[in-house]
Design a protein around this ligand. Structure first.
Ligand code: FAD
Length: 434
């Protein structure tokens, strides 16, 4: 069987690397000049920048080991040293595990409202209510609501909560109370210790998968799919200039785009338009001298556009030339909002000036800066998500096209889940007759 894999990110490459080439031929079609999608790294003037903080972690140790084994000896490990920038101080992450580090009035307010929480009696119906229900008004209003408003660029009241379990850290009560009196506790433990490539940034995993996939099939880059149609029993996939023919399609490209390329009926296209996602501005900054010894800093406050800054050298010291360091700042945005209209220069100015004011970097130390924009970064689960996604998936299933990956399935998946689902997809394909 000839299989067309749409998209050459982590998911598409993993499927290719695991397909049985005795049984199937395949081609991976990737729109960019290089594979990797969100797992790309950008090597600029000796600095290595990932698209935000990209570390390997998973609750599933076996899966994590499989992913890490792709790095061979080129691996290192680290321990999370994340902070939250709150009222001009650096508070340990997650916020609810470090309440003693807040100004005393805030500590009392958070602990009191956590214990005597009237919201805990009402069953939450949206993400905002879940935050109040789980953490109380203090932690909610000082950190979780403002931070989540920023990263999702959306009102938590309009977000569903089917996804929060396991994705938003929820500590045992005893840990919150211990933290309030200064006994150190750790939250979100699966993320506490992480693995990372020693050299080359996160895209090292992509190079390894690409090598494996290339041995079994073909990868066609610079192929920006613009329409897909059925011709007798074959699928025709085109970029507007040339057409490729397949017996079977597996799509890892955004499902809403896929519906458009398939010229789906109007109601399906409407559901596709209504799926919500966030785009990302990545600000890459190279510094002379070392940076702060943190892995990342989270910014709940409204005075800055970015929600997080990651310190690339805390993942691997080889992410910059000796004696220098580099950081990435992440700003989520949607078409038409304030960030989307800002020039690169204004964004860089904003990031470097505000980080300087907060004494996180010195503006005069900036020796490299560049802005990159990514249209698809985060799936946003609004209240209509389930209805929209089910209608589109049903339509695509009827066409017998397989969906896989973060935007392919339109789910908030990390690398481990993408890798897992991609391997399972390959197993499913390998079980089909050639
Ligand atoms: C800021 C940020 C930080 C993250 N941090 C972590 C982390 O620390 N740990 C972790 O495990 N995960 C992290 N992730 C998640 C991780 O990046 C994703 O889960 C993973 O990269 C998704 O892979 P994918 O192949 O499914 O999707 P993508 O990477 O989106 O790949 C899809 C591919 O399809 C291609 N494509 C799209 N349209 C077309 C078209 N029309 N024609 C041809 N090709 C097309 C794209 O160019 C892309 O290469 C993070 C994500 C973000 C945004």
């Amino acid at each position: 069987m000839k299989i067309g894999i749409l998209g050459g990110g982590l998911t598409g490459l993993t499927i290719g690397a695991h397909l049985d080439n005795e049984k199937h031929n395949f081609e991976i079609l990737e729109k960019n000049r290089e594979c990797g999608g969100l797992c790309r790294s950008f090597k600029e003037e000796g600095f290595v920048f990932d698209i935000g903080g990209h570390i390997f972690y998973s609750r599933d140790q076996e899966l994590l080991n499989q992913l890490i084994s792709l790095l061979g000896d080129n691996k290192t490990e680290g321990t999370r040293k994340n902070k939250i920038f709150f009222k001009d101080r650096f508070v340990k992450y997650p916020f609810e595990n470090a309440l003693n580090e807040l100004p005393k009035k805030d500590t009392i307010n958070c602990v009191y409202n956590y214990i005597f929480n009237p919201y805990s009696k009402k069953k939450p119906e949206n993400f905002r209510e879940w935050i109040y229900h789980t953490f109380g008004k203090g932690i909610a209003e000082k950190y979780l609501i403002p931070y989540n408003k920023k990263i999702w660029n959306f009102d938590p009241e309009k977000m569903s909560l089917h996804w929060v379990e396991g994705r938003v850290p929820k500590p045992p009560t005893i840990d919150v109370l211990k933290s309030a009196i200064g006994i150190s506790t750790e939250g979100y433990k699966e993320q506490l210790n992480f693995k990372y490539p020693k050299t080359g940034g996160i895209s090292t995993i992509i190079s390894s998968l690409e090598e494996k996939a290339k041995k079994k099939g073909s990868i066609i880059k610079d192929f920006d799919i613009s329409y897909i149609r059925k011709e007798s029993s074959f699928w025709i996939v085109s970029n507007g200039k040339e057409e490729r023919r397949y017996d079977k399609l597996i799509s890892t490209i955004p499902i809403n785009e896929l519906a458009t390329y398939l010229k789906a009926p109007e109601d399906i296209i409407n559901h596709a338009h209504n799926l919500r996602y966030n785009s990302l501005v990545l600000v890459m900054i190279g510094l002379k001298g070392p940076s702060k010894d943190y892995t990342a800093i989270y910014f709940p406050e409204e005075d800055v556009l970015y929600n997080r800054v990651c310190f690339m050298n805390s993942f691997s010291k080889f992410n910059s030339p000796e004696g220098k360091s580099c950081i990435v700042s992440e700003i989520t945005f949607n078409k038409g909002d304030k960030t989307s209209d800002m020039s690169d220069k204004d964004i860089i100015d904003h990031v470097t000036s505000t980080l300087d004011e907060k004494k996180i970097i010195k503006k005069e130390d900036v020796i490299y800066s560049k802005v990159l924009r990514f249209r698809y970064a985060y799936v946003v689960y609004d209240l209509d998500y389930k209805d929209n996604i089910e209608k589109i998936r049903t339509y695509i299933k009827e066409k017998d096209i397989e969906l896989c990956g973060r935007f392919g399935e339109f789910e908030y998946l990390n690398m481990d889940a993408c890798f897992d689902r991609a391997q399972k997809m390959a197993i499913k394909m390998n079980s089909l007759n050639s």
